[in-house]
Write a protein that binds this ligand. Structure first.
Ligand code: ARG
Length: 622
């Protein structure tokens, strides 16, 4: 099985490219053999000569030892344009050897008609089962701005892959197990016992605080002690430090005991842990919902769900002689990578061990052909180690398959403040994601009030919420995922430029054409109207529309949502130039009006569908 995501061919530029490649290969079969050739199709420098040109002749000159002009003649001889473009004529080859082609308006119209079907031409040639690792919160911690990325980008990957027809399963690999979790469990237990916290009323803010305290209280300050000794800070300081170390060591021991109790299923301890879990996950799923993502409770598969499999994973690695002892610990060596620790010398398992169990579940139980991890770029080494080890141990191979499934880390960069450093609150804390959503809604409400004071309170609430979420998500999605980006309220909420609000507004504008048409009683009958693609702006719009299926396929392949953002922004621009130049409701005749109404409607549906890939809801007014 291959992993291509080819879509129905509707993009004339791609189709031209294929025809040029065939012509080049047929023109020079011996010289080029089976070498791949690039047709180098670009928009024509001079529209007088056509819509597109191929610059391939120039790039082949050296390799073929011929003059570009002669090469161009040869290519032209072999070029079969069929119905797609006008036949070449004596003016088609220009300059040193550009080959110009002009698309036939009827072909464009029929391709657009082809696009205008349910599904808008989006479909993978071969359907796969794909697991997408999303969100990945940790118990007892507030979701912070970094989770915006793992949640929103991961959700977009899942949506886009599903749109291609794949079976998509999201997995929220929650950090809900291990020593740090035992630490905060122990802390919560002792706080409840001391009557300082009411178990039934505990909030995520409480847990977040307890987590920090517990961590602090369980970290012996050995470094401080060394410094105190070296710089002879005196008996008082040393006494304080040794008390801290004693306390912290005790707390750490206590946490380890709690971990053992958790692992052995001690009811009382599990009940406290369950409370941590419920409070964290309720908040998490609520935030996922506020962000208009599809992530729900049923996607949660936390680290704890693998707890009974870790010993088995280790046995498997040892049996296969993949893991080896190292100073009491177990490690796996993979070429070119640091060794992967899979069991500590005290017998504890690690983040990597759990991820190995998760690979096995995803591939062998859920049947994934491809597993995609939408996780912070700083975990790149971890995933290289896990993937290499999983493959070595046969965990990445479906039962009975003759090849491994694809494991891909789709990393993302950091969100930065305007000082270029990780985005933090003024007091240096992580920025809470729910606070960011609240602020976005407040800001959007103010802007909406300015722009449209006549809205009812209900309308305003709905619009502010949709615009806010769109702005926040779009600004995250539109920058190259792998890079860091600077969080900027003003830019994300702007109604001009490549922003969420701009695209929502573009959609609203098109829908308002139809409201007007309805008022004038001329709204009906365009759905199946013949498309007439005559004006240059109509042509540009048609070409932009035809790129939609290949854009979805490209996002599905590369897992780069910014490609969709860039596309939608261009489409909106092409529409607005079309609308400026071409009368729609006051078109010269009925046939033209219906054709243009159909183009408008199709554009709005492509915009909405593309925004839907991005998990952005549309509104009819704003
Ligand atoms: N909980 C992890 C963290 O906060 C993210 C989980 C990513 N997914 C995975 N399969 N490791 O770093």
């Amino acid at each position: 099985m291959t992993t291509t995501n080819t879509t129905q061919r509707l993009d004339p530029v791609e189709m031209l490219g294929e025809r040029f490649v065939a012509a080049i290969q047929n023109a020079f079969p011996e010289q080029l053999g089976s070498e791949s050739v690039d047709p180098l199709i670009t928009p024509s420098k001079n529209p007088k000569f056509g819509d597109y040109q191929s610059n391939a002749a120039m790039s082949l000159a050296k390799q073929l030892g011929m003059k570009p002009r002669e090469i161009a003649d040869k290519i032209a001889e072999h070029l079969e344009l069929g119905d797609l473009a006008e036949p070449l004529d004596e003016n088609s080859i220009a300059g040193p050897g550009f080959i110009n082609v002009r698309l036939r308006p009827e072909s464009l119209a029929s391709l657009v008609t082809e696009l205008d079907r349910p599904g808008l031409g989006v479909k993978a040639e071969e359907q796969q089962t794909i697991v997408v690792d999303v969100c990945g919160v940790n118990l007892a911690k507030q979701m912070h701005i970094g989770h915006l990325r793992s949640t929103v980008i991961g959700d977009v990957m899942a949506r886009t892959l599903a749109k291609m027809g794949h079976t998509v399963i999201m997995q929220n690999h929650v950090g809900d197990w291990g020593l740090p979790i035992a630490m905060v469990t122990a802390k919560l237990q002792s706080e409840v016992a001391a009557g300082r916290i009411d178990m039934d009323k505990v909030t995520l803010d409480d847990l977040d605080r307890l987590y920090k305290v517990a961590k602090e209280e369980s970290s012996p300050d050995n470094k401080g002690m060394k410094a105190a000794e070296r710089f002879q800070l005196g008996p008082k300081v040393e006494a304080e430090l040794s008390a801290q170390i004693r306390g912290a060591t005790e707390n750490l021991e206590n946490a380890k005991k709690t971990l053992v109790r958790l692992q052995s299923g001690d009811e009382e301890t599990i009940a406290v842990w369950q409370r941590l879990y419920d409070v964290t996950m309720t908040a998490c799923i609520n935030t996922c919902k506020r962000l208009h993502t599809d992530i729900t409770d049923s996607d949660t598969a936390g680290e704890s769900s693998f707890r009974d499999q870790l010993a088995g994973i280790i046995d498997l690695l040892v049996e296969q002689k993949i893991a080896e002892e190292d100073d009491g610990a177990l490690i796996v060596r993979n070429e070119g990578l640091d060794p992967t620790l899979v069991r500590k010398s005290d017998g504890g398992y690690l983040y990597a061990t759990t991820d190995l169990a998760a690979v096995r579940k995803r591939v062998q139980e859920l049947g994934a052909d491809r597993v995609v991890y939408c996780v912070d770029a700083r975990q790149a080494l971890h995933f290289k180690q896990v993937f290499a080890t999983a493959k070595k141990a046969g965990l990445a191979r479906k039962i009975g398959a003759d090849h491994d499934s694809t494991l891909e880390h789709a990393p993302f960069g950091m969100v930065l403040g305007d000082d270029g450093r990780p985005f933090k609150t003024r007091s240096g804390e992580n920025v809470k994601l729910s606070d960011v959503i609240d602020e976005a809604i407040e800001r959007a409400a103010v802007i909406s009030e300015e722009k449209n004071p006549d809205l009812t309170p209900d309308e305003r609430t709905n619009i502010a919420e949709t615009v806010a979420v769109a702005a926040l998500k779009y600004s995250d999605l539109s920058s190259d995922r792998i890079k860091d980006y600077v969080f900027d309220w003003d830019r994300m909420l702007a109604f001009e430029g490549n922003t969420g609000p701009y695209l929502l507004f573009a959609y609203v504008r098109i829908r308002s054409i139809f409201r007007k048409a309805e008022d004038q009683g001329i709204a009906g009958g365009f759905e199946t109207a013949e498309l007439l693609i005559r004006e240059p702006e109509e042509k540009t719009l048609a070409l932009a529309l035809l790129r939609y299926p290949s854009t979805v396929a490209a996002v599905a392949r590369t897992l780069e949502p910014h490609r969709m953002c860039g596309y939608l922004y261009e489409l909106a621009g092409a529409f607005s130039r079309f609308f400026e130049k071409c009368q729609v409701l006051r078109a010269e005749d009925e046939q033209v009006r219906l054709s243009r109404l159909r183009l408008c409607d199709l554009t709005s549906r492509v915009l909405a569908d593309g925004l839907d890939c991005l998990g952005i809801q549309t509104i009819d007014r704003m």
